[in-house]
Design a binder for this molecule. Structure first.
Ligand code: G
Ligand code: G
Ligand code: MN
Ligand code: NA
Length: 253
């Protein structure tokens, strides 16, 4: 509860930060986009990762204020990159909590932020989890359909770890599957994990969406993904989450 109070004040006081982790096209090594990852610069406890405060925020409803801050900051940065002719255009992926996805007014809020910063909708991708989709399928389907009409991309995060059935791939208009890093970490080591990753890539392509592998840490994992025809990698092998200024350098090379 103390943490919750501090977080409420911290959001108002501008203590949240965003780091960005590059997402790289396996075809040509080009940085296609980045995932925005929130951090809290706590006045006494240092830079806190989301594991330390997202759950508390989610349970209390404060996650809506946090989510609104993250969307605003990420879109603002994406618009800055989009105006900068010295490096390629970057898509920016933003994590949505389950509550954010189905809260009334999400689509209006996203629209207003895109307009305010003049960001083409196609440069924003929203990451949702399977859990968020099954929690309230009707509301989720309505939100995703409206986001799709707006031109915003939708990605299913932690794919393979949730409880959604495959029918939701037909029901929900998604553009990308992010294969959970628990499977990617076993690539080449565990036959089971290798088979799961291959099946996920094939499934993504069968329904006409992009396959992204998260948590890619070794050259062996990358090679296996290239052979499977996976589209995009994200992970420590290419880069940890970094400041916006560093993204600029990584994308330019
Ligand atoms: O950044 P890190 O690798 O520690 O992220 C840990 C978890 O926190 C991930 O599951 C990620 O989806 C989640 N997360 C990171 N940033 C945000 C955010 O802005 N909003 C929400 N809801 N979750 C986030
Ligand atoms: O759940 P979500 O996909 O949003 O999680 C992103 C999280 O994964 C962030 O906490 C990020 O720091 C972490 N992450 C990103 N790349 C790697 C990696 O290569 N290895 C590990 N162990 N974690 C990673
Ligand atoms: Mn994510
Ligand atoms: Na994930």
């Amino acid at each position: 509860l103390r943490l919750l109070g501090e977080l409420r004040l911290g959001i108002a006081a501008g203590q949240l930060r965003l780091l960005y982790q590059p997402q790289v096209q396996l075809r040509d090594g080009r940085v296609r986009g980045v995932e925005a990852l929130v951090r809290w610069q706590h006045p006494t406890r240092g830079l806190l990762p989301p594991a330390e405060f997202i759950d508390v925020a989610e349970q209390s409803g404060l996650v809506r204020a946090l989510g609104a801050w993250v969307l605003e900051a990420a879109v603002k940065q994406a618009a800055r990159w989009a105006r900068d002719p010295s490096h390629p255009t970057l898509e920016v992926s933003v994590n949505l909590s389950a509550r954010q996805l189905t809260a009334p007014g999400l689509v209006e809020a996203v629209t207003a932020i895109l307009v305010r910063h003049r960001l083409p909708a196609g440069l924003l991708v929203l990451e949702v989890t399977e859990t968020a989709l099954v929690a309230d399928p009707e509301a989720a389907a309505a939100a995703l359909t409206a986001l799709k009409e707006l031109g915003v991309g939708v990605s299913v995060d932690d794919f393979g770890t949730g409880y959604a059935s495959l029918t939701y791939l037909q029901r929900f208009p998604v553009d990308e599957l992010k294969i959970d890093r628990s499977f990617v970490s076993g690539l080449g080591v565990s036959d089971g994990d290798t088979g799961i990753v291959r099946a996920c890539v094939q499934l993504a392509h069968a329904v006409g969406v992009r396959a992204v592998a998260e948590g890619v840490e070794t050259e062996e994992q990358r090679q296996a993904l290239v052979e499977m025809g996976c589209d995009v990698e994200q992970g420590y092998l290419f880069s940890r989450p970094v400041e916006a200024a560093v993204v600029r350098e990584l994308a330019a090379r």
